[in-house]
Design a protein around this ligand. Structure first.
Ligand code: SAM
Length: 297
C-alpha cells in the first residue's frame, strides 16, 4: 500500500486483509467500512478540528482513523484485537499524531488514558467510532457514566439502536436507553449507512448518531442519578404492562406501600394505568423524588 492511498475503499481493504491474512472476527463485531465518502461524512458530522483530541473505539484496519488523523490534533485509538495491531502500525505509519492502544475499551480507565496519552488533555475530547454492534449500549453507558466531560460522541451503530436513542415518548422505540441518553445528552441521527458499505456486510443497516452535552438543564433533578437509572429500567421491565404493575415489582406489593404509591401518583397527576413509554424523563424524575420523600425508595 502506498502512503498516499486512502485505506477505506473496497479494493484497498480486501488487499490489506489478504496481505495480513485477517478474517473479520464476528465475536469482535468486525465490519470494516469501505466507503470513503461515508468516512468523510463521519468526520464532518463530528466537526473534528485541529484543536480536538479524539478517542476512536475499534480502529479496525485504520480507515476512519486515517481521516481522523488528518482532521484532529491528536487521535488515540483503542483496539481490542491484537491481530490488528501490526496492520495499524503499517496503515497509520504516516501519521505521528495517532496512538494505538491494544485494550478492551470497556476495561479502560478513560480519565487516566486521557491524562496519559494526550499532550494537551484539557483540549476538547471527542469520541468518534464505528462501534462494534454487540456492545453498543455498554460502551455508551460506560462513556456516559465516566467523569469525563465529552465535547461530543459521534458513533455509528445499528439503525434500530439509533432510533431508540432518539425516540420520542409514546413510540415503541422509546425506553430506558433513550432516557439514559436524554438525561445527559442531546442525540441526533446525522445520516444512515447501508449495510453494503462494509466488508463483511452486516445483517442490518446503520446510522451515525451525534451526542452533544445538553444545552438546557433538566427541569427537575433526581435525588440520585444511579437510583434514577435503576428505577427507569425497573419501570420498563414489562413494557406491555401498566406503570402500576411495573411499580409493584420495583417498589413492593404490601397494602401500606400500595396506598402510599397511590397517593404519590395522585399528587403528581400520573395515571397508574398509563404505559411506562408514555412518561417523559421529567415525569420519571418527579415520580422517583416523590417516592423517595415517602421513603419508598
Ligand atoms: N473502525 C473500523 C472501521 O470503521 O472500518 C472498524 C469498525 S468495526 C465495526 C469495530 C471494531 O471494534 C473492530 O476493529 C473490533 O475489533 C473493535 N472492538 C470490538 N470490541 C472492542 C472492545 N471491547 N474494545 C475495543 N475495540 C473493540
Amino acid at each position: 500500500m502506498s502512503e498516499s492511498t486512502q485505506i477505506g475503499n473496497r479494493k484497498e481493504t480486501r488487499s490489506i486483509l489478504n496481505e495480513y491474512g485477517i478474517h473479520a472476527k464476528k465475536g469482535f463485531g468486525q465490519n470494516f467500512l469501505t466507503d470513503p465518502e461515508i468516512l468523510h461524512r463521519i468526520v464532518d458530522a463530528a466537526e473534528v478540528t485541529s484543536e480536538d483530541n479524539v478517542i476512536e473505539i475499534g480502529p479496525g484496519i485504520g480507515a476512519l482513523t486515517e481521516q481522523l488523523a488528518k482532521a484532529a490534533g491528536q487521535v488515540v485509538a483503542v483496539e481490542i484485537d491484537q491481530d490488528l495491531i501490526p496492520v495499524l502500525e503499517k496503515t497509520l505509519a504516516a501519521y505521528d499524531n495517532v496512538t494505538v492502544i491494544n485494550q478492551d475499551v470497556l476495561k479502560a480507565n478513560l480519565p487516566e488514558l486521557i491524562k496519559q496519552q494526550f499532550t494537551n488533555p484539557d483540549k476538547p475530547i471527542k469520541v468518534v467510532a464505528n462501534l462494534p454492534y454487540y456492545i453498543t449500549s455498554p460502551i455508551l453507558m460506560n462513556l456516559l457514566s465516566s467523569p469525563v466531560r465529552w465535547n461530543s460522541i459521534t458513533v455509528m451503530m445499528q439503525k434500530e439502536v439509533a432510533q431508540r436513542l432518539t425516540a420520542n415518548p409514546g413510540t415503541k422505540q422509546y425506553g430506558s436507553l433513550t432516557l439514559a441518553i436524554e438525561y445527559q445528552m442531546e442525540a441526533e441521527i446525522a445520516f444512515n449507512v447501508s449495510r453494503h458499505s462494509f466488508i463483511p456486510a452486516p445483517n442490518v443497516d446503520s446510522a451515525i448518531v451525534v451526542l452533544k452535552q445538553r444545552q438546557e438543564p433538566l427541569s427537575v433533578e433526581p435525588f440520585d442519578k444511579q437510583k434514577l437509572m435503576g428505577f427507569i429500567r425497573g419501570c420498563f421491565a414489562h413494557r406491555r404492562k401498566s406503570l402500576w404493575n411495573n411499580l409493584q415489582s420495583v417498589i413492593g406489593k404490601d397494602a401500606d406501600i400500595k396506598a402510599k404509591m397511590t397517593k404519590v401518583l395522585e399528587q403528581i397527576e400520573i395515571s397508574p394505568q398509563v404505559r411506562p413509554e408514555k412518561l417523559t424523563l421529567a415525569q420519571f424524575i418527579s415520580l422517583l423524588n416523590a417516592f423517595h420523600q415517602e421513603k419508598l425508595i
